[in-house]
Design a protein around this ligand. Structure first.
Ligand code: FMN
Length: 188
């Protein structure tokens, strides 16, 4: 859905620092499949240091940039790996920075969508539900359905990291178009 002539500006980030991360590849696939009214800017979590509450009111520069991009966005798209049945520390750490100090949680009231790819059979299902729980705390409105959980990721991307599995591409496209409608509802 298009609101006026304005595009919906989404910040996307993956919870992996790995160069050949399947979750980064999944976000890249979103750039190919997004609806015309949506822009996605991908932010790399590389360079975000471990959270230290002593600095939450004047965080490191990379954190300031991350927070500002979220603040200015119309919505958030997260591609999470699954680490030990949960979200990676790198992702939780970045979210913790962006949620602080108290009263300056930049996620507050934002619409979001969660996707994820893993080499396991459940395709990040457990991590995605943990992330949903974290987002309840931050008052983030996560799109419920469709869910995109990509199992056996090594079979879904080619050697250049392009998503080549047709049914996953369809599902991702479907999620992005539903997410566009979801985000539009929050845009004033
Ligand atoms: C510390 C660690 C824990 C992992 N735990 C899980 C897990 O619980 N479930 C799962 O499906 N894959 C697990 N994996 C495998 C990941 O799915 C795989 O490393 C995947 O490629 C990570 O995402 P990325 O490609 O975006 O970096 C784990 C990997 C690591 C490094």
């Amino acid at each position: 859905m298009i609101v006026g002539n304005e595009k919906l500006n989404i910040i996307g980030f993956a919870g992996s620092l790995r160069k050949a991360s399947y979750n980064k590849f999944l976000l890249n696939a979103c750039l190919e499949l997004l609806p015309e009214e949506m822009n996605i800017e991908i932010f790399d979590l590389d360079g975000i240091p471990p959270f230290n509450q002593d600095f939450e009111s004047d965080p490191p520069e990379r954190v300031k940039v991350f927070k500002e991009k979220i603040r200015l966005s119309d919505g958030v798209l997260v591609a999470t790996p699954e680490y030990n049945y949960s979200i990676p520390g790198v992702l939780k750490n970045a979210i913790d920075w962006a949620s602080r100090p108290y009263g300056d949680n930049v996620f507050f009231g934002k619409p979001a969508a969660i996707i994820g790819a893993s080499i396991g059979m459940l395709g990040t299902a457990r991590a995605q539900y943990h992330l949903r729980q974290v987002f309840v705390c931050l008052n983030v409105y996560v799109l419920n359905q469709p869910e995109v959980m990509v199992p056996l990721a090594e079979k879904k991307f080619d050697k250049n990291g392009r998503l080549v599995d047709d049914s996953t591409r369809e599902r991702l496209k479907d999620l992005l178009s539903t997410f566009s409608e979801w985000v539009s509802k929050f845009k004033v």
